[in-house]
Design a protein around this ligand. Sequence first.
Ligand code: FMN
Length: 453
Amino acid sequence: MGLSAWKAYRDSRWALRVNPSSGNLHPTEAYVVHDGHVLHYAPREHAVEERAVLPDGAWAAFLGGGNGFLVALTSIQWREAWKYGERAFRYCQHDVGHAIAAMRLSASLFGWTLRLLPEWSDEQIAAVLGVDRDEDRGGAEPEHPECVALVAAPGQWRAGDPAPLVAAARRAAWRGRANVLSQGHDEWPIIEQVTEATKYPGRSSTPDSHLPTSKSDLEESGAQRWNLGVGSWESTRALILQRRSALAFDGQSSLGRDRFIAMLARLQPAAPPFDAFDWRPHVHLALFVHRVEGLVPGVYAYLRDSAVLGEWRSGMRSQFLWEPVADHLFLLLPIDVMWAANRVSCDQEIASDGYFSLGMIARLASALRDRGESFYRRLFWECGAIGQVLYLEAEAAGSRGTGIGCFYDDAVHELLGLTGDEWQSLYHFSMGKAVDDPRLTTEPGYSWETAAK
Ligand SMILES: Cc1cc2nc3c(=O)[nH]c(=O)nc-3n(C[C@H](O)[C@H](O)[C@H](O)COP(=O)(O)O)c2cc1C
């Protein structure tokens, strides 16, 4: 969640971070609850600010003799809304997904598990982080709770009921006041409405979920180390720190077929970062392949759960071939899709000038019916996590990715032949060989780091 670079152009200087963010506006705030201390992360200093100490042994009781700490995320929607208006809501959610994945992959480098805790309601998260304390907020913009996760060594997972922690937070002495960002604000009532409608009530009836029911489930997933395939811990760390969004692609380089297929395989749901989630995969890919060696350009489908094959086949255009190319990957239509990919991604050239771009297609209507409207936010988190993996895979392949939050969903649905609201395009992504802007200078995020790219 920290800074990874400072860029400068003439008199302007701006920071970039390990996790990406729509418009580099970074609405996501991170917190740590460690040993009963509630800590807010300050990225500029790469330090934590203590907000409170939870009294009366509440923390030890919560851990129940185990070991671990909590990380939690919130969003300050105004950071996106002043620029993007109503789109701010989903951009905040995408960013949360990227951040969850960034944290999960970091935890994995230490051999730790990181799991979202589905028992916690948004209200409980807000109480323990102190972001519901109007007295500390003053006139500052609201900060909304998103998620909380337990980080632990495998086998150390004992997180208990949040209620005693909430009670302790209510009794604690708090320090610190929020900053006011803007004096004036445009109103975007729909953001408030969707925020209200998608509040998470805590663990509810989630019939088909694969919530961890025993410690052994977690031990098993904790044993799965994430591996970018670049060798040492240090080189993986270096790749994480060098992650950047491409501003433009060269329009001619290509990606090897095996590499492409290996990247897609990293999106399978059992592996980190997806083991942070307590739900089965709801998001699959519609790919626009332009320049992958050995693959004919065209529209492809990559299914993160093979069970949806029949449904997609019958729900999409009847002309699609569904020719198997590799595990979970199907060729639908061999055709030059550069123009179409560009068009559906808001006419952005990054969608046509790279190796490929893609739309993340989520199961929407029945997912919200079965799991409640709060699941809408979680669908974006899943998309963000897919994006984060692809960003890092791009770096490992000597390439670069870019998340694309601006796209025309109806045009994507039409292209695929999808009707109704069961499947919905929620996020796009592109990858290719980046063309850097030579006018920008780069310095490391912190003085103690070596120079980043
Ligand atoms: C959810 C999301 C949506 C984005 N949408 C776009 C987009 O539509 N077009 C674009 O050029 N970049 C897009 N980006 C890239 C951001 O502009 C980029 O992450 C930000 O400027 C920070 O730069 P960095 O990724 O190099 O740290 C998006 C990033 C995210 C996380």
